[in-house]
Write a protein that binds this ligand. Structure first.
Ligand SMILES: O=c1ccn([C@@H]2O[C@H](COP(=O)(O)OP(=O)(O)O[C@H]3O[C@H](CO)[C@@H](O)[C@H](O)[C@H]3O)[C@@H](O)[C@H]2O)c(=O)[nH]1
Length: 477
């Protein structure tokens, strides 16, 4: 599918991409960069702000496979000693950008000495860097790594915010966000659930700054989010930039050579077709000790095969976000006693990180229990794998509603009042997804989405055309 690199030609110009922390931001931006390089002759540099100054192991892993026309540089760490305990993740991400601006400016200047800069692309929390783009007279674009429904919410937040004092949810009940199915308050993007918190003010701040972008690329496609996509593409909201629907841009790893294949893939090779439930909470998700026990015993009760990326328990759902691969040990002493022995052969657990793109593309994989990060969802869709939703933070609850009630390609286990999913519910969802009647219907819907996804990113497809439009603008400015 991916166009092959052309023999060396003169670059059409240089694009700088600034990803904010999180593999869920970096990975799709790399896919965008590959399109810009392979299909439109741009060269690209990633300028990467960090909390700790050096790449995580997983960052190293994904950056190591970049083609020669894409380079990267890490900025020195930003200081955070002044932040109170419990500062929201969205706030930290935004501050990493604003506190790295001088270093970013210097990195831009170094690139400008040797290249003709044409554009700066930031992700959903990176608009602070636009001031530097103006100094270098390059165009300013946002790559929105979540979905069109959330982008609709961002576009309409300022209007919703003006002159009202009630919670957004009360407003959203009255004001229909195009394409969004009705959400309950606790399903809304986490910081927006209460207007008073600093995270909510931060999101509003970013949403207002979207007016200063010249274009927004969103990682979705029409068959997945029809109404929201059409609305964003066709109706220009007051003051908002044009939207380019460019998805699904997802990591599609080539299977590794036999000798280099990771153990979990070798294990998958031996499982019957479509029989394994893959269980993973994205790049940052963790569960409490009690919840890990319920999940483990539920998987055991379900009698299904499973491949589970297990992380040490934590009370904070996103505690792995900034330290992917922080758990080097492979001790699973926190799992229920005897669980590993009892599920031996039927289950495979691995610490920290899995080659997810390859796992989801593997024919042994038949279902995905996911935290509902948007990239995980897209990766499941392009492989036609139905899901079980287990949202943890950020906009993941909105995504879960979209999947289970909107597109109907996922089962949604019940959450108790103390926010737990108990073992019976886990077992019922796992059995239902892998064996139930509903599985066939979801699989059928998934097949349709998978075809539409390939169509969108094929030559002449809607997403390919949208990226070409952006490239043309950069070429002719
Ligand atoms: O063991 C793992 C875990 C993750 N991944 C990859 O890491 C990415 C994870 O992205 P995503 O599923 O979107 O999750 P997060 O990293 O949690 O992403 C953040 O960014 C997303 C896009 O904005 C949001 O939808 C999420 O809510 C937010 O937490 C995907 O490409 C996965 O394939 C692996 O390869 N192996």
């Amino acid at each position: 599918m991916e166009p092959q690199p052309q023999p060396a030609q003169e670059s059409a110009g240089h694009v700088v991409i600034l990803p904010t922390p999180g593999m869920g931001h970096l990975i799709p931006l790399i896919e965008l960069a590959k399109k810009l390089v392979h299909s439109h002759r741009f060269t690209v540099t990633f300028i990467i702000p960090t909390k700790r100054g050096s790449p995580t192991k997983v960052q190293e892993l994904v950056l190591a496979s970049l083609p020669p026309s894409i380079s990267y540089v890490f900025l020195p760490p930003a200081s955070f000693e002044d932040l109170p305990e419990g500062t929201r993740i969205e706030t930290i991400i935004s501050l990493i950008v604003s506190r790295s601006l001088q270093a970013f400016r210097e990195a831009m200047a170094a690139i400008a000495r040797n290249h003709r800069l044409v554009s700066l692309v930031v992700d959903l929390f990176g608009t602070e860097a636009f001031q530097v783009a103006r100094e270098f007279n390059v165009s300013r674009y946002i790559f929105f790594s979540s979905n069109a429904s959330l982008l609709s919410v961002f576009f309409q937040m300022s209007a919703l915010d003006r002159g009202v004092s009630c919670e957004y949810m009360d407003l959203l009940k009255k004001v229909k966000i195009p394409g969004c199915i009705p959400f309950l308050n606790e399903e809304l993007l986490a910081p927006l659930q209460s207007r008073g918190n600093e995270g909510c003010r931060g999101i509003l701040y970013h949403a207002k700054r979207y007016t200063s972008a010249e274009g927004v690329m969103v990682n979705s496609f029409e068959a997945l989010e029809g109404e929201a996509v059409r609305d964003l593409r066709e109706k220009r909201r007051e003051g908002m930039p044009p939207v380019y629907v460019v998805g699904p841009l997802v990591k599609m790893d080539q299977p590794a050579a036999a000798a280099e294949r990771e153990e979990c893939l070798k294990w998958l090779d031996k499982q019957p077709r479509g029989s394994v439930l893959y269980v993973s909470f994205g790049s940052g998700g963790t569960l409490s000790s009690e919840q890990i026990t319920e999940l483990a015993l539920g998987l055991e009760m379900s009698e299904q095969r499973f491949l589970w990326v297990v992380r040490r328990p934590s009370e904070k759902a996103e505690s792995f976000y900034f330290k992917v691969h922080g758990q080097d040990d492979a001790f699973f002493d926190f799992l229920p006693e005897g669980f590993l022995e009892r599920t031996k052969g039927r289950g495979f657990v691995l610490p920290s990180w899995a080659p997810q793109a390859q796992v989801l593309a593997h024919e042994g994989t038949g279902g995905f229990l996911t935290h509902c990060g948007w990239n995980s969802i897209l990766e499941s869709v392009v492989n036609g794998v139905p899901m079980i939703t287990w949202p943890l933070y950020a906009e993941q609850s909105m995504n879960a509603v979209l999947l289970a009630e909107g597109i109907q390609v996922a089962l949604r286990p019940k959450v108790t009042e103390d926010r737990m999913i108990d073992r019976k519910e886990v077992a019922a969802a796992a059995k239902g997804l892998m064996e139930g009647e509903e599985w066939k219907n979801m699989r059928h819907r998934m097949r349709g989405l998978k075809e539409a996804a390939y169509e969108a990113v094929s030559e002449g497809g809607a997403s390919t055309t949208a990226i070409a439009e952006v490239a043309l603008k950069w070429n002719t400015q």
